[in-house]
Design a protein around this ligand. Structure first.
Ligand code: XIL
Length: 357
């Protein structure tokens, strides 16, 4: 690990040396305007009021080099798993917020924001729902446990977690319509309304988001997402934002203009839009995978910003920690920092687009 630590220290020094006060402990105080190539991603994001987020676990944050990199390069964190219902309330009525507390405490102590991920995620292949909840068939009982969970989580972090992914992946993965999950089966589509209402009651100042996968490249899913958000808004559900997860697991990007158009369409409904879980797996069919990946990140970032995205969040701090290795059964290397936490061409590509506003 010595190599990784030394290498990361160089990254930190390279960005902080540019600081006005010349110390290595603090970042330059002024927004990054022209210093493309020297400012951090976080500075570049702050200058154009776009959040730069990263998904983490509390154990990763315990590594001082990771903590330093997060402080330097990001303005927001997301718990990769530790705020999912399945993790916090494994046993009915017994809440374990230890991991989430560590993450939120770190964010607050370092002036970062937190995206709470996620209150309701019913899909079978997801890990968001405790198995005991899946057994519930009585609507009143399901509403009661849902209310208790949302009150516990959102209430605990009231004023400290700025935004929540209230409902994750409500759309069917294949085919039209909503995911046929247990919430839908027992409560109907109003399970979404109910979750938003409970979250709003628990923290009236928090932004409440809907988060969805795969709409960036699939036009049917994009239409279904727009239709769902339209229905929710028409019913007065307080949807503040829509997250596009941005998992490009085969390494290919949407057609030119497709992402920008979706972001604009959603914003036209009166909601904010973010890329909430961005990763782009390296392709195995190209000669220079890291450059091709960088170009993919450049296009995605540029279109997101042109469309008016409020946030770019990455699904992991570095390639050593990506969930995609397990999912794809190969090294996916889909993030901005490599296995030694060194910036990749993708980092430069994203940073330069953000720095140019
Ligand atoms: C993933 C985590 O990264 C993995 O560690 C976990 O085993 C499964 O969940 N969409 C989401 C995220 O909204 O919560 C998922 O995170 C990735 C897909």
């Amino acid at each position: 690990m010595t190599t990784a630590v030394t290498a990361t220290a160089l990254v930190v020094a390279a960005c902080t040396d540019d600081g006005a006060d010349g110390t290595s402990a603090s970042l330059p105080p002024s927004p990054c305007t022209s210093a493309v190539g020297t400012c951090s991603l976080a500075e570049a994001g702050r200058a154009i009021d776009v959040r730069i987020g990263v998904a983490l676990s509390s154990s990763q944050l315990a590594d001082p080099m990771i903590a330093a990199l997060v402080r330097q390069e990001f303005t927001q964190i997301t718990a990769e798993n530790e705020l999912k219902w399945s993790e916090v309330e494994r046993t009915e009525g017994v809440f374990d917020f230890a991991g989430a507390d560590a993450l939120v405490d770190f964010a607050v102590a370092n002036g970062l924001e937190t995206r709470g991920h996620t209150l309701l995620w019913g899909q079978r292949q997801g890990n968001g729902m405790p198995p005991w909840v899946r057994e519930i068939t009585d609507p009143a009982r399901l509403e009661a446990v849902l209310q208790r969970w949302i009150q516990a989580a959102v209430g605990r972090y009231r004023g400290r977690v700025q935004r929540w992914d209230v409902v994750n992946e409500p759309l069917a993965i294949a085919g039209p319509g909503l995911d046929q999950n247990p919430f839908l089966a027992v409560l109907g589509e109003r399970y979404v309304d109910r979750a938003f209402a409970e979250a709003a009651a628990a923290d009236p100042d928090a932004e409440l988001w809907l988060n969805e996968v795969g709409a960036e490249t699939n036009r049917e899913r994009a239409d279904a997402l727009v239709e769902l958000v339209t229905r929710l808004r028409a019913r007065g559900v307080p949807v503040h934002g829509v997250g596009l997860q941005g998992h490009f697991v085969n390494g290919e990007v949407p057609a030119v203009g497709q992402l920008r158009a979706l972001v604009e369409r959603l914003r036209g409904l009166g909601v904010e839009v973010a890329l909430t879980e961005l990763d782009v797996a390296v392709r195995t069919d190209v000669a220079d995978p890291l450059q091709v990946q960088a170009e993919a990140f450049r296009q995605i970032t540029a279109e997101c910003l042109e469309g008016g995205c409020a946030e770019l969040s990455f699904w992991g701090i570095g390639d050593a920690f990506s969930w995609l290795d397990t999912m794809l059964r190969r090294p996916a290397d889909p993030l901005l920092f490599d296995r030694s936490l060194q910036p990749k061409p993708a980092y430069e590509a994203v940073r330069n687009v953000v720095a140019q506003g």
